[in-house]
Design a protein around this ligand. Structure first.
Ligand code: HGA
Length: 610
């Protein structure tokens, strides 16, 4: 959350900063701002709202500069106001942008106020600007002032700083929040992620925890947490510009929903190319790490947590080992009983989700070092902190509401369940072959589900005026009901709850009346007859049913019961196929309500704060 970009170049950096912020806007969109060194002065433009508004103001100001920093904010400390927007400036000389939370900001604020610094915002960030300014005033370079200041901070930060007294330098620091350097020809960059700078360079250095860096036109120098110079590997990013553009679509979420056959196909191809369900899929060490696993503990947040809940059914059924799934922010503060033979699986699209990262660290501190990360972003923090890694091949996901990351996570988790089953001798070759074949057919089945879009869109008009909705499922489709409810609330702001269908009569049935649409995920699996009984219970109370079934589940439309069928039942992978219609239902309902689909209120992607 929060996007940072900075540039030092032989050309005007203002368009680079603005373009970078537009690409980072998915990380936060409460306010945006830039500060540049223009002539002898630090000049700043900030606006609440979207980057486009800030861009218009920057154009009107006629800013032109060779050095600058920019920020798009998701507010944690202090409201959404222009004075809280970044960059923050100290004494008209030093400007700073920050992603993260400074936990000791109150103590630092008191200290700096006593030193005569005046605060103009309610943010935790402003203390950092003044603190660096204070150290700079003791003599030394901007870099050494930054290095001294960060040692006095508690919390998480990615920082980029400029100072009019150091017109040839941009400095940066990272602890707990992502930050990378981009290496250009006669120009260098700093950014929260590569999308911000990819039109200028693909050569990047990922800063490590505790690193600081100094960028000039000619090069970059990185220093470790002890301020010793350090050489960090240069990576060449393969992120495609097309994946960052909308193309013919109206929203990134729509584009990403439709990319799922490709994203799933690419992820499955990785499995097939590696020779099928083999430990090697998860890394070089995987055979030894997975050999004596006794149980699995999955840790994740949000949609990734629902992927984990689905995987529990697969892991227990196919591998025959117990599997627990926890919300990372709960696990990390709970007294857990560590088991060194337990596999810790973290799931995070960005690989930077703070709660998931902290839960992983906590799990390791309990003596559990069998760790596997399922992630969509190579070189991000969580995979780097894990012994085993499975990288999904979803491509850049920009819409705040996750879609293709979710379904490719499910593919990865399915591969894990089968691989564990194989290693434990639970599956014979024929069954393994069937399961691989099922995966190969998955992109086609997902495409069939996408073809239902006109029918799903027609339902959306019934949902748009509602205040509440219930989503029901059983077995592996229960987490899909949860995901359907989450998608609907995230982007349409309709209050929605997901429930196991069998739980209905233990409470939520009391909510059902003619105003409560009830979505049921009811494919032809072993629990179909049970779900049908639950549907009768709802109908008997006047509830209107919207049923996602499949061709084999013999549902028929009747008064108050609407049915959309996927073309065929795909067995164990059915939850992946049924994720598609619930995504489309949320998308079209949000369209009908006129909400900002890709940037829903109060949210942002890559949750790098607690
Ligand atoms: N704490 C700072 C930065 C917020 C942030 O990083 N959000 O993800 C602020 O509130 O401005």
């Amino acid at each position: 959350m929060c996007g940072i970009v900075g540039a030092i170049a032989n050309r005007d950096v203002v368009p680079l900063l603005v373009e970078g912020l537009k690409r980072l806007e998915y990380r936060g969109y409460d306010s945006a701002g830039i500060a540049v060194l223009s002539g002898e002065a630090v000049r700043r433009v900030r606006r609440t709202g979207r980057v486009a508004e800030m861009e218009a103001a920057a154009l009107a100001e006629g800013l032109d500069a060779r050095l600058g920093i920019g920020h798009t904010r998701w507010a944690t400390h202090g409201g959404v106001t222009e004075s809280n927007a970044h960059p923050h400036i100290s004494h008209g000389e030093l400007a700073l942008v920050h992603n993260g939370i400074i936990e000791n900001h109150e103590a630092q604020r008191q200290r700096l106020e006593a030193l005569g610094y005046e605060f103009t915002s309610q943010t935790d960030t402003e203390v950092v600007a003044h603190l660096i300014h204070h150290h700079r005033a003791q003599g030394g370079s901007l870099l050494s002032a930054l290095q001294a200041a960060v040692k006095e901070l508690h919390g998480a930060y990615a920082l980029a700083v400029i100072d009019k007294r150091d017109p040839t330098t941009l400095v940066a620091a990272r602890m707990g929040c992502p930050l990378l350097l981009g290496l250009g020809e006669g120009e260098n960059f700093v950014a929260s992620d590569v999308s911000a700078i990819v039109s200028a360079t693909r050569r990047v250095i990922f800063l490590e925890e505790g690193d600081t860096a100094e960028l000039t036109i000619d090069g970059v120098h990185v220093f470790d947490a002890d301020d010793a110079p350090v050489a960090r590997e240069v990576h060449v990013s393969d992120v495609s510009l097309a994946s960052l553009e909308l193309g013919p679509y109206r929203h990134f979420m729509q584009k990403e929903i439709h990319e799922q056959p490709r994203a799933i196909g690419d992820t499955v191809e990785g499995i097939v190319d590696a020779g099928g369900f083999d430990a090697g899929l998860f890394g070089k060490e995987a055979a030894s790490v997975l050999a004596d696993v006794e149980s699995v503990q999955i840790l994740a947040c949000g949609t990734s947590y629902y992927a984990g809940l689905t995987a529990r059914y697969w892991i227990e059924a196919l591998a025959g080992i117990p599997c627990a799934v926890d919300i990372a922010s709960e696990y990390r503060y709970r007294k857990v009983v560590g088991n060194p033979k337990q596999l810790i699986v973290t799931i995070s699209q960005s690989g930077e989700t703070l709660d998931t990262m902290e839960a992983l660290k906590y799990a390791k501190a309990q003596g559990q070092d069998k760790t596997l990360s399922i992630c969509n972003v190579p070189e991000s923090a969580i995979p780097r902190a894990s012994r085993l890694v499975f990288l999904t091949r979803a491509g850049a996901e920009i819409g705040v509401a996750s879609t293709k990351a979710f379904t490719t996570q499910l593919v990865a988790l399915f591969a894990l369940a089968v691989t564990l089953g194989k290693l434990r001798g639970q599956l014979d070759e024929a069954r393994e072959g069937e399961l691989l074949e099922a995966l190969r057919h998955l992109p086609g089945s997902v495409q069939h589900a996408l073809n239902l879009e006109p029918q799903v869109a027609a339902w959306a008009s019934s949902f748009a005026p509602r205040q509440h909705a219930l989503f029901l499922g059983r077995g592996t489709h229960y987490p899909i009901a949860l995901e359907g409810a989450l998608k609907l609330k995230e982007i349409s702001y309709i209050h929605a709850e997901g429930y196991p269908a069998g739980e209905l009569k233990h409470g939520p049935l009391a909510l059902v009346d003619t105003q409560m649409p009830v979505v049921v995920i009811a494919p032809n699996d072993a629990l179909l007859e049970k779900v049908k009984s639950n549907i009768q219970e709802v109908r008997a109370r006047g509830g209107e049913m919207f049923v996602f079934a499949d061709a084999d589940s013999s549902f028929s439309e009747s008064e108050g019961v609407h049915v959309i069928r996927t073309p065929r039942h795909v067995g164990i992978l059915s939850p992946i196929v049924h994720a598609i219609p619930v995504q489309m239902l949320a998308y079209h309902t949000a369209l009908a309500r006129g909400t900002d689909v890709d940037k829903p209120r109060n949210l942002a992607k890559s949750v790098t704060v607690e």
